[in-house]
Design a protein. Structure first.
Length: 127
């Protein structure tokens, strides 16, 4: 029997969301709000700001008005999954902040969620 642990380890490492790809500090979120551009959807607000170092980073804001902890965590998981799967297709050198608004609990279906974010990114005007 062949041990497949290295393959499993590579797969798990590729599915991670490292701290270098996250907005963690309040001032980082405020910088995106101050210098970035916003696109509003029905349930989401997407803020994008340019960076200097070439990384794409994601910040998530999910208020308690969105739903209970289960709903909020599910939405965050869906957002991180979208970011990981489409990392190479996202604009380079950008910080991206997703703000979920009241009623966003309707986005719990992953296909609807992906469609919503994709349409917002397509509507964004790059200047």
């Amino acid at each position: 029997m062949i041990c497949e642990k290295p393959v499993l380890k590579d797969f798990l490492c590729s599915q991670r969301f490292p701290k270098t790809h996250r907005l963690l500090k309040r001032f980082e979120f405020l910088e995106v709000k101050r210098s970035g551009k916003k696109v509003r959807g029905r349930y989401l607000t997407l803020g994008l700001a340019k960076r200097e170092d070439g990384l794409r980073r994601l910040g998530l804001v999910v208020n308690r008005k969105v739903g209970n902890a289960v709903v909020r965590n599910r939405l965050k998981r869906l957002a991180r999954e979208f970011f990981r799967k489409h990392y190479g297709q996202l604009p380079p050198c950008m910080d991206m902040v997703l703000v979920f608004r009241k009623g966003a609990g309707e986005l719990l279906d992953s296909s609807f969620f992906h469609k919503e974010i994709s349409s917002m990114l397509a509507d964004f005007k790059w200047v």
